[in-house]
Design a protein around this ligand. Structure first.
Ligand SMILES: *Cc1c(COP(=O)(O)O)cnc(C)c1O
Length: 420
């Protein structure tokens, strides 16, 4: 079984993280070193997570009650929750599916006098075009907040130079993870200073809690070795245990009660130093290999399989989603073929504010209802990608499918027809 995802973290990182938990010392120096490693101009702020930084940002902005925050219609539910907790109104902007970017015309129409900020997410590992958004935002005096949590691309992208805030996440399922941590770049020095002084009042994350987290993921990593996965998945099937739910639950950060109390903490020194190590020594070949895998799989699937974000520029394929009419069936077929595809449960469609049903994001609804994520990571061999492409095409209703790597074309015995 090819698992849906691999932890992007090595055994040596885990070991060094654990050692760092045992070392005494304060967080101040580690924090400053990490921030200057991310940006040499002093505009970076290291936080416990993107959600922590996002919450801190709104606390420091202190916008008038009921101000509107325009937001890409697909994000993680906690981002919406944070906006609402600050007495603000999230206003979804529906997406253009081939780019997974807010539709500019809808964005223009959604701007009211109460609008103060726009939050745009770069989804799935690609980068959306920021210029049209920045231009519109400038005209209306909106703050532009970039959510780059899924779009880590090492040195090549540290946020758009004109965005007001750019946020990167190093949570467990993210690229170059440190099992936590978020780095924000905040252009307005005065706003940054307010965020910094507020964060200084937060308690520091317990080193014991971080150590437990490192141990938990070491265990998950050990369990993601292929023969072990086969046994675990087989066992879950026998006892009718929902293995999909189990995985999604296990990797969700800040689940359970006390959400705001838990995000309002400072990262501990061990997390800061592991994150610094990750940024300094991240093996770029991993990103390159994943990117190449994504491109190859896209080619093998061809035009018959619809991919949200297919036209995204600079795509590193953090995940590889496809749209199908019957996701349950496709997931089952792929599972049977040895690929742990999943419908995913971490993203949501932002609901429209009360009384503005016309803002219901229909394209986003459609995407989430039809998405299946295929396994995608550097460790996949090319052979597995070929087999996966064949399995996808079969599951999508093509009969006998032959997939060859060279030429990178898909040949079928039946006439080409769209997915589903
Ligand atoms: C993961 C993610 C976040 C949250 O990042 P944390 O660092 O875990 O808080 C926010 N937005 C998007 C789009 C994400 O994928």
């Amino acid at each position: 079984m090819w698992l849906r995802k691999r932890l992007d973290l090595g055994w040596s990182d885990l070991a060094l993280g654990m050692l760092a938990c045992l070392r005494p010392g304060g967080a101040g120096a580690a924090q400053a070193e990490l921030e200057s490693c991310w940006s040499s101009t002093g505009d970076a702020l290291a936080c416990l997570s993107v959600r922590s930084g996002f919450d801190l940002l709104f606390a420091a902005l202190n916008l008038p009650r009921d101000s509107e925050v325009l937001i890409s219609a697909i994000t993680i539910p906690d981002m919406v929750r944070i906006i609402e907790d600050h007495g603000l109104v999230p206003v979804p902007i529906d997406l253009e599916v081939s780019q997974m970017a807010p539709q500019i015309e809808l964005l223009r129409r959604a701007i009211t006098p109460a609008a103060r900020a726009i939050v745009v997410a770069h989804l799935f590992g690609g980068h959306i075009l920021m210029e049209p958004i920045l231009e519109l935002a400038r005209k209306h005096g909106l703050l532009v907040i970039e959510d780059c949590a899924q779009a880590f691309a090492d040195q090549t992208y540290r946020g758009h130079p004109q965005a007001d805030v750019s946020m990167f996440s190093f949570g467990p399922i993210k690229t170059a993870t440190a099992l936590g941590g978020g780095i924000l770049r905040v252009r307005d020095a005065e706003l940054l200073a307010r965020m910094r002084s507020r964060q200084a009042e937060y308690p520091v994350q317990g080193r014991g809690a971080y150590l437990r987290r490192l141990l938990k993921y070491a265990l998950l990593k050990a369990f993601s070795v292929r023969p072990v996965v086969k046994i675990v998945v087989g066992f879950c099937r026998v006892i009718h245990y929902d293995y999909d739910r189990m995985i999604n639950g296990a990797v969700r950060g800040f689940a359970g009660p006390g959400f705001f109390r838990r995000i309002r903490q400072r990262p501990c020194p061990a997390l800061l130093s592991l994150l610094k190590r990750r940024l300094r020594s991240y093996d770029l070949r991993r990103l390159e290999r994943r990117t190449a895998h994504g491109e190859l799989l896209a080619k093998l699937l061809g035009e018959r399989v619809i991919r949200p974000g297919a036209k995204l520029a600079a795509h590193t394929h953090w995940v590889f989603p496809i749209l199908v009419d019957d996701p349950d069936r496709v997931v089952q077929r792929l599972q049977r073929a040895g690929f742990d595809a999943t419908q995913g449960q971490s993203l949501c469609v932002v609901p429209p504010p009360e009384g503005r049903r016309q803002l219901q994001a229909q394209a986003a609804d459609d995407v989430l209802a039809k998405t299946v994520y295929l396994p995608m990571y550097p460790e996949l061999p090319r052979r597995a990608l070929q087999n996966m492409a064949a399995a996808v095409l079969e599951a999508c209703g093509q009969r006998r499918v032959e997939v060859s790597l060279r030429p990178a074309r898909v040949t079928t015995t039946s006439a080409a027809r769209p997915a589903g």
